[in-house]
Each structure stands twice: as structure tokens, then as C-alpha cells.
Design a protein around this ligand. Sequence first.
Ligand SMILES: Cc1cc2nc3c(=O)[nH]c(=O)nc-3n(C[C@H](O)[C@H](O)[C@H](O)COP(=O)(O)OP(=O)(O)OC[C@H]3O[C@@H](n4cnc5c(N)ncnc54)[C@H](O)[C@@H]3O)c2cc1C
Length: 302
Amino acid sequence: MIRSTLLKLSESKSFARWVTSNNTTRRMSHRFVAGEALDEAIAAARECNDQRMLVSLDYLGENVSTTEDAQRARDAFLEVFDRIAAERLDANVSCKLTQLGLDVSVEFCEGQLLSIVERARSYSNFLRVDMEGSVYTARTIDVVKRVRSQNPAVGTVIQAYLYRSEQDVQDLLAYGCRIRLCKGAYKEPPEVAFPRKRDVDANFVKLMRMLLPSGFYHGIATHDPRMIAATIRCAAEKKVSKQDFEFQMLYGVRTDLQQQLVRDGFRVRIYIPYGQDWFPYFMRRLAERPANLAFFARNFFR
Ligand SMILES: Cc1cc2nc3c(=O)[nH]c(=O)nc-3n(C[C@H](O)[C@H](O)[C@H](O)COP(=O)(O)OP(=O)(O)OC[C@H]3O[C@@H](n4cnc5c(N)ncnc54)[C@H](O)[C@@H]3O)c2cc1C
């Protein structure tokens, strides 16, 4: 129930305004968000690289409703690729299609995505399209497939909680698409997603076992030690080298585990979000772990 309430609240514009204008909550957001400015994200990325971790920079934003806002987001992404190259960081970039205008028009959004992917490719870099709520899944996959047929420097994300994901994995692998596998972070009805955690976990393992031996380079995005152990076992069993896939984790979550995996010789990529529009992202992080809410409430009232 706490998870549902937090995910519902993550869509509230008035609550977002209150939280993002409050100095205490802004400070607290630093637990999961590198900062509001690109410079802060670059500094966090440098720190990760120094600790032998790869990075994916995410300029936060979603569900924009005007072409102007979507174009501003596109320009910000172009700038991120320029900065990564100028700073010689080992980092790629993640974005959301509703940030690039998917709610405005699919064609417009696709054009925007293509221009960012072209910039990524000009630096031999890569853009990952995050997966949002299930109303966007089919459109996201279609746009990524079309853009990928023109330029391969783009991949996307599959959520293990969706019933449709096994079919999507088969479909995307036929296109040679690089996939990030995660459990899924949105509020979904039982008609489209497994309601029970153990079924989500079982599907995660099933999909991971399809991805790992596929011959393409994928990201296994989880902090769950059982999912990580299953991945390591599968890689050993299928003789997939540690260089041929990566673990991905979120900035500020299970840093102990991140470092342990690096020490064990695995490739680990840290997803570093930044920007002013951090509220929905922050709320999804709270929803994932109710203990976070108690921690933030204690700090807020202190
Ligand atoms: C790199 C990356 C990219 C992602 N991209 C997407 C995406 O595009 N679309 C999407 O829907 N979801 C995305 N997610 C979120 C994902 O779907 C899950 O909601 C999230 O990762 C929690 O699932 P878990 O696999 O860690 O397992 P869980 O079973 O949720 O958690 C396992 C353990 O991890 C720790 N943990 C997990 N989350 C937190 C947290 N917020 N705070 C503190 N500890 C935590 C706890 O110790 C917990 O017991 C992404 C996650 C990662 C790591």
C-alpha cells in the first residue's frame, strides 16, 4: 500500500512543487540524485570512473507537453554527449521518450531521438532509452527499433514485471538490440504485470538467461543479491565472459555491492541522474524500499 501511495503521489504536480521548492527535501534528494546541474553529475561520474565503474548519465525529465520543452531536453542531451567527450569520461547516456515529446507526437519524438543518437555515434558512444509506464511500452519499442535501423548507437530497457516482456526480448534480439533488464518501477495493474514479487523475480531470471548467451552486450540492472548470483551462475554455465555483459545499479543504492562486484572483476555501470525535474524519480526510489521513507521522514523532522 505504501508503494502504491508513493507511486500515485509521484504523479502529483502540486506535491512536486512543494517538495522541489523545499530546501530540506532538496538536500535529501542528493541521496539518489547527483544534483540539479550538469557539473555536479560530471563530478559524480568522475568519482565513479576513478573507482573503475562505468556510468550512464540521465538528465531527468518526463511527460513534457510542449515541443519547446522537448527541444530543450534534446539540446541538454546533445550537450551531455559533448561534455562526456570533452571530459574523457567512460559514460553513456539514458533518456526517456516522454521527455523528448512522445506525448506530443510519435514522429516528432522519433526525429528528436535520432538526432541525439547521431550525436552519440559521432563520439562512438551510446544512448539508452529508459522504459516508462506500460502505456508507453509498445510505442517506445517501435520508435527504438525504427531509429536503430538507421543508427545502431541506441538500445532500450525491458521490465521483468510485464507479461509481454518475453516476447519483446525475442523481438528486440532479432534486431540485435542491446537491452537493459530491470524489474520495473511503475504502478501497473494485474492485467499487464505480475502482481507478486516472486513471479517478477522468476521472470527476471528467465529473461536474463535469454539475454546473457545471445551474443549481444546487455546490462543486468538490479541490486538484488539473488538476481546477481543467478546472473553470475548463468554466465559461468553458458561460458559468457565478464567482459561481455555489465551489471547496472543506481547512484546511491547499495554502494557496497557495487564495489564488491568491481573487486570481483565484473563490469559495473552506475546510473547517475541529475537535473531540476527530480521529483518523480525520487518518489520511485522511495517506493522501492519503504525503509527509505522512514529514513527521510526522520531526517526531515530533525
Ligand atoms: C541502472 C538501472 C536502470 C533502471 N532503469 C529503469 C527503467 O528504465 N525503467 C524502470 O521501470 N525501472 C528502471 N529501474 C528500476 C528497477 O526497475 C527497479 O525498480 C529497481 O532497480 C529496484 O529493483 P531491484 O532489482 O534492485 O530489486 P528489489 O527486489 O526491489 O531490491 C533488492 C534490494 O536492493 C536494494 N534496493 C533496491 N531499491 C532500492 C532503493 N530505492 N533504495 C535503497 N535500496 C534499494 C534493497 O537492499 C533491496 O532489498 C532501473 C534500475 C537500475 C538499477
